[in-house]
Design a binder for this molecule. Structure first.
Ligand code: FEO
Length: 161
């Protein structure tokens, strides 16, 4: 397959793994504060990121390219508050959106139509990812420092399937 496309998809595979690491690190952080619902939500999110990574893996291999696995950067381990963690998650999703958009742009300039079609799933997914993170950030801003509010929201996030 086209070398530039193969490289950018390899990089995105690593980026998705990093996303999974970041959210799993947030899960550990929340669990250490006994916010089991927030932790559960983050574990589910980490699992979704692995699914994203595997979609890239399978696509590259299917097109006779090669996935080269490289080191995943260590994520942050601590945040000032649940709001701080979710603001970080939102900023991270915005970064991922820009990475995905670059893949789309490159697939167009390289006239790699299968990649152009393939990456559209991720473009739609990013709309959802940013929307979900933003809604949680906004709710946490309403809750502010209310312990009761945080505990109630924790049980809401515990229901994520
Ligand atoms: Fe793989 Fe949260 O984007």
């Amino acid at each position: 397959m086209n070398k530039k496309i193969e490289d950018i998809l390899n990089r995105q595979f690593n980026n998705e793994y990093y996303s999974s690491y970041l959210y799993l690190s947030m899960a550990a952080f929340f669990d250490s504060l006994n916010f089991e619902g927030f932790s559960h939500w983050m574990k589910k999110q980490a699992g979704e990121e692995m699914v994203h990574a595997m979609k890239l893996f399978d696509f590259v291999q299917e097109r006779n390219g090669r996935m080269i696995l490289t080191a995943v950067k260590a994520p942050e381990t601590n945040w000032k508050s649940p709001l701080d963690a979710f603001e970080n998650a939102l900023a991270h999703e915005k970064l991922v959106t820009s990475q995905i958009n670059k893949i789309f742009e490159l697939s167009k300039t390289e006239k790699d139509y299968p990649t152009e079609v393939f990456i559209q799933w991720f473009i739609k997914e990013q709309v959802e990812e940013e929307d979900t993170a933003l809604k949680i950030v906004e709710k946490l801003k309403m809750i502010k420092d209310s312990k009761q509010g945080l505990l109630m929201f924790d049980s809401v996030l515990a229901k994520r399937e």
